[in-house]
Design a protein around this ligand. Sequence first.
Ligand SMILES: Nc1ncnc2c1ncn2[C@@H]1O[C@H](COP(=O)(O)OP(=O)(O)OP(=O)(O)O)[C@@H](O)[C@H]1O
Ligand SMILES: [Mg+2]
Length: 421
Amino acid sequence: MQDTRSESQRRSNGNLLYSMKTSSFSEVPDKDKYGQCRSVTEFEKLNRVGEGTYGIVYRARDTRTDEIVALKKMRMEREKDGIPISGLREMTILLNLRHDNIVELREIVVGKSLDSMFLVMEYCEQDLASLLDNMQAPFSEAQVKCIFMQLCRGLTYLHDNFIIHRDLKVSNLLLTDRGCLKIADFGLARKFEFPMKPMTPKVVTLWYRAPELLLGSKDQSTAIDMWAAGCILGELLAHHPLMPGKSEIHQLELIVELLGTPNESIWPGFQSLPALEHFSLKKQPYNNLRHTFPWLSDAGVRLLNFLFMFDPKKRASASDVLENSYFKESPHPCDPEVMPSFPQHRNVKKKPGPAPDSAEKSKVRSSSGSAAPNKGMAIPVLGSSFGSGSFGGGIFDGDAFSGPMQPAAGASYAPPAKRQK
Ligand SMILES: Nc1ncnc2c1ncn2[C@@H]1O[C@H](COP(=O)(O)OP(=O)(O)OP(=O)(O)O)[C@@H](O)[C@H]1O
Ligand SMILES: [Mg+2]
């Protein structure tokens, strides 16, 4: 059917409804404009905290309750035919989930025009990517265990509810000032059923993408989330992204370099994966995990190997991880309540010019990224207070924190040149 609206009419007014019956447009009456949804004008925009492929995220105040929330504006500009599928998936999946380690979607609110929609979510003070890129002292091993166990609790809940996240990465993991980790960004998430239907292998940000996806398999399972979880654990322990590939081929090379070349005996069906019709993998007989993490306990290396099983059927599940002996040995996972809180650098306007400590910072950044994390007790970072949720005197001075600092036992987190969207 031909669209009889002029382009200018379409652009100037998002409040027209098209009738298939009469082929005409009519104005939506004021009383029906927002349906059951509140208007976004009930929220005071405070600042922008993030921008991704699918939306811009703001920190905002709900003027009705005075609560601080996160508002994710759905990107509509690429859509000709209504709500983008990523937004619909995110809404329908998140509205049905309730778990401490999954970000809470409270409601959907709408703007003036029909095509402007916002997800109202609980506000989390940090995302793990910007936190890792800005913190000078890396997480202690006890803190890494605390964060990772929370991730696996959230994943156990998701997988038990037949949901695969399909885009786990540090920028999609949020952290509250009470040390609670929340899995966010459900734009690529999918509900699955048995028997599994084929799905596109072009999911999961490259650095976290499982080998079966890179090799073109359309059989996706919860194991793709567990591979990504392994990459996240490696990243938290190593203080830098574990396998920052630049292309799909390079990603496979990095995997083979770290874990050795897979074969039909450890991964039945491997030889028949679609991508192997066009190329073959380099022969590399060694598993280099122990070499990459020389300071890590045997249980830690065993856990990484379990998460990095080439055969998705043999890979650790989220509930396997929670039972793993790595979390039962010293240093024990710290309590989320004693995780330090961090300056909220996303809410501070950047000053122009170089940061006063930038020379010092680049010196630290150039050191090897695979040093051991702070062992033992949680170290408060930059004068932050334990569990109080307060700022505690850390000053933001550009893109780094300054102020009283506890020296880190290992190197600082080495931020990647550019994280991938
Ligand atoms: N509930 C929240 N509280 C605080 N910050 C949030 C919240 N949700 C998202 N953010 C911030 O906004 C960023 C982008 O959000 P999100 O990942 O949901 O969007 P996206 O467009 O799907 O992102 P991408 O395509 O980059 O993965 C996050 O990395 C995080 O920094
Ligand atoms: Mg995201």
